[in-house]
Ligand binder design. Structure first.
Ligand SMILES: *Cc1c(COP(=O)(O)O)cnc(C)c1O
Length: 357
């Protein structure tokens, strides 16, 4: 056995580009165009003024109790039903490691968050990708068969398609012997959360994040909500890996962020309104798309290849997301920015299509 055979080699997840420079319009990683709650600014300023620097010599609270309790209280839960991590990517990775531990393949859609297959490969979890139907919808009945676990993004990414609460419940109910993870990164933009299911079924985990609806991708906070037993198993694995995942400033600022529910709901409403206006405008330019329940649109143009539009937009300083993958290589995923940004986008698209059609 040679050196290379003893090394765990993986094909990593490729995040969207993070271009820097004045005037760039970044619609490629589903960040929120609005700043986080003013309470976050206050917390940051208070931390800087209040001698918090000295506390950095101490390890943080391994349970991140302040943050866990703030999330629990915002969602009417007990702290034992909440697990926090460094972004939902951390929470999802820990959940894969904890809950997907059999030789039976786990199931997730063929078109979904492209981190799922990366974690499955990394942790050597067998998996099967279940094709979306021709409208890019998840069919709940496709998940009624033996499996080692299930992970569903709802709304799904990059399609923006939403399952109704009854459909999620049907998947959870028909799989009592597997853990079903519902990744709700985009739920605040127009869906109904599966959260009530955690008190009804012991096999469901709901994961959410600060990165999209709460305008704080840079903080790196995500969390899981589930029955106490699953949360305990998740914590046991985390403590066996790294006890101090959440740093002191994040815990403090995140706590302030989650307490301002009114602000984030207002931002979500603005984004939904911009999404509907943008959808109408892009349909006027000939783009086809399904309704989106997320903070992005998944669009295709009947005449101009997505790759061409992607490159032309980039040349104009507008970044959107394009994947060279089966079934979706003629689609673009466009994050909803401010009204101004979306007007600039529409004008650029008009210009590009005018030249190429
Ligand atoms: C953005 C996203 C996440 C991860 O977000 P974090 O920034 O790690 O919290 C998880 N799942 C889906 C489907 C996402 O789009």
């Amino acid at each position: 056995m040679g050196l290379e055979d003893k090394i765990r080699r993986v094909t990593p997840y490729t995040p969207g580009e993070q271009p820097k420079g004045a005037g760039i319009i970044k619609l490629n990683t589903n960040e929120n165009p609005y700043p986080p709650s003013p309470m976050v600014r206050e917390a940051l300023e208070a931390a800087a003024a209040g001698g918090k620097t000295d506390e950095l010599r101490l390890y943080p609270d391994p349970a991140a109790s302040d943050l866990t309790c703030a999330i629990a209280s915002a969602y009417g839960l007990s702290p034992e039903e909440v697990f926090v991590g460094v972004g939902s990517d951390d929470v999802l990775a820990m959940s894969f490691l904890t809950f997907f531990n059999s030789d039976i393949p786990i199931l997730f859609p063929d078109i979904t968050y492209s981190f799922y297959d990366v974690w499955a490969e990394l942790f050597r979890i067998p998996y099967e990708q279940v094709p979306l139907d021709d409208n890019f919808e998840i069919r709940a009945e496709d998940y009624r068969r033996e499996n080692g676990g299930i992970v569903i993004a709802n709304p799904n990414a990059p399609t923006g398609a939403l399952l109704r609460p009854e459909e999620i419940e049907e998947i959870v109910r028909s799989n009592p012997d597997s853990v079903v993870i519902v990744d709700e990164a985009y739920i605040d933009f127009g869906g109904i959360s599966a959260l009530p299911l955690i008190r009804k079924y012991e096999n469901v985990v709901v994961v959410q994040t600060f990165s999209k609806s709460r305008s704080a991708a840079g903080l790196r906070i995500g969390w899981a909500m589930a029955g106490k037993k699953l949360i305990r198993y998740l914590s046991d694995v985390k403590y066996s890996f790294n006890s101090y995942t959440m740093n002191r400033p994040s815990i403090e600022i995140g706590t302030a962020c989650v307490r301002d529910g009114a602000y984030f709901r207002e931002c979500c409403a603005k984004i939904r309104a911009t999404r509907e206006r943008t959808a109408e405008e892009l349909r006027g330019l000939g783009f086809a798309m399904r309704d989106s329940s997320a903070n992005f649109l998944f669009v295709t143009h009947p005449e101009v290849p997505a790759e061409t539009i992607f490159e032309e937009l980039k040349a104009r300083g507008i970044y959107v997301r394009w994947w060279n993958r089966p079934r979706i290589r003629n689609h673009l995923r466009i994050t909803i920015g401010t009204d101004d940004e979306m007007r600039t986008l529409a004008a650029a698209l008009g210009d590009i299509l005018g030249k190429t059609v």
